[in-house]
Structure formats: C-alpha cells, structure tokens
Design a protein around this ligand. Structure first.
Ligand SMILES: N[C@@H](CCC(=O)N[C@@H](CS)C(=O)NCC(=O)O)C(=O)O
Length: 234
C-alpha cells in the first residue's frame, strides 16, 4: 500500500495520475496547503521541502520498512522503477524520458508556477515579473511544441511515459494563464490525447475535497515563507 500526501494541484495531479495509471492501491492523505498543513512536523519528516506531494511506500521492492519519497520527478521515477512501467529500461529511451522529466521539473513547472504567481495571485502586479515569466512560459511552450512535432506522438518518443505525466498537469493551466493551445498545434493534439485517458481523468478527480477559498491566511501560509520559520511552524 502507498500513502499519497496530496492536494489537488498540478504537482499533486502528476502523482494521482501516475498511481491511477499503474492501478496500485493507495490511500490519499490530504494536506491542506492553504491552511499551512505542509508545515506539520509529521509531514516535514517525509517532505523536508514542505511541498506536496510525497509518498510513503509500505511495501518497497527491497523488502525493508516503509520508504518515503518527495519531489514529483523522483516519485515518478521511483514508481516507474517499482512497476517497470512508463520508463523504458533501454539506455537511450530511458535517458530521453528522464531528460524531459528534468526539463519539466527545472523549467516548465517552476516557470509556469512563477507566471501564475505574478500574473494571477500576487497582490501587487509587477509588470517586469509578469512579462519575464510570460515570455519564459511562451518559450517553454514553443520548446514542447517543437518536441511533440518531432516525436509525432508523446513527449519523449513514441510511447506514453512519465514525461507526459509530468508535463500534462502544468499545461492544464494554459487558459488561466492567458495562453491558447491554438498557437501550439502539436501540444493541442497531444493534450487532447492525454486528457482523454480514463486514468488521467481518474487522477484529476482525486481530492476535489481540499479546495478551499484563497484568503489572507492562505496568502500568508503560501507566500510568506521565510527560511527559519519553515520547521515545525504548526
Ligand atoms: N518541485 C516540487 C514542487 C512541489 C510544489 O511546489 N508543490 C506545491 C503545490 S503545487 C506546494 O506544496 N505548495 C505549498 C507551499 O507553497 O507551501 C515537486 O515537483 O514535488
């Protein structure tokens, strides 16, 4: 059994989608990040960066005790290795998938996250920051569109992989962030294919429960973090 410490956000959905794709039994443990539950010491013990999602595998392949994993890229690779699915064992195909997972982790996720922050959430609208991250988002969409044009199928090649699972939930934010997929025909084709997968739909349906109003308290919990306060705030 796997515990999924989770909130319904693009990073959370990567792992709920992966677990649905794999058909592994799992228990959802909600972490209300708007209420500051990511600072609880029990959660920090498995996710020291105070971010969701994280998993605890109670039956790891080495037969040892429960094993926890944080960071979605690491969780996707761990689950793929555990099951032998969505990540080839062949040298080049495996490296291609990992390259695009890293691209998502270091580029697509953080840049779209910052664009969302400055364009949609920040109380003070700073034109330089909005423009900087909007340009970077557009550049990254261009990179993804060219790659999908090259493969003609999925992000890292002909097969659906953890690279698709990593990228898809972030591209779901395109409308809210003021982008249209009409400008990116290869992403548009891929997006429709991935979204139609029943396992993706099932993953996205997990945990609508934790959506709560985004109020001043949420703003403080999520945007007022300073290094020393992180440990055991709650
Ligand atoms: N690089 C991390 C990012 C995770 C992340 O940013 N999670 C957000 C939700 S999408 C979060 O937990 N935010 C809580 C906070 O900002 O305190 C990963 O891929 O796991």
């Amino acid at each position: 059994m796997i515990d999924l410490h989770y909130a319904p956000t693009p990073n959370g959905w990567k792992i709920s989608i992966m677990l649905e794709e794999l058909g592994l039994p799992y228990t959802v443990i909600p972490v209300n990040i708007r209420a500051g539950e990511q600072f609880r010491s029990e959660f920090l013990a498995i996710s020291p960066n105070n971010r969701i999602p994280a998993i605890v595998d109670h039956a790891p392949a080495d037969g040892g005790g429960p094993f926890s994993v944080f960071e979605t890229g690491a969780i996707l690779i761990y689950l793929a290795d555990k099951t032998g699915r969505f990540l080839s064992r062949e040298l080049r195909a495996r490296s291609n998938v990992i390259q695009w997972v890293m691209w998502q982790m270091g580029g697509l996720g953080p840049m779209l996250g910052q664009h969302g922050h400055f364009a949609l959430y920040a109380a003070e609208k700073i034109p330089y920051a909005i423009e900087r991250y909007r340009d970077e988002t557009a550049r990254l969409y261009g990179v993804l569109d060219r790659q999908l044009g090259k493969t003609g199928a999925y992000v890292a090649g002909p097969d659906y992989s953890i690279a698709d699972i990593a990228c898809f939930p972030w591209t779901m934010t395109h409308k809210a962030q003021g982008f249209t997929l009409d400008d990116y025909p290869n992403i548009k084709r891929w997006y429709a294919t991935v979204r139609a997968r029943p396992q993706v739909q099932a993953g996205l349906a997990i945990g609508k429960f934790v959506k709560e109003p985004f109020d001043e308290e949420s703003r403080k919990n999520m945007f007022g973090q300073r290094a020393k306060e992180l440990v055991d705030k709650k």
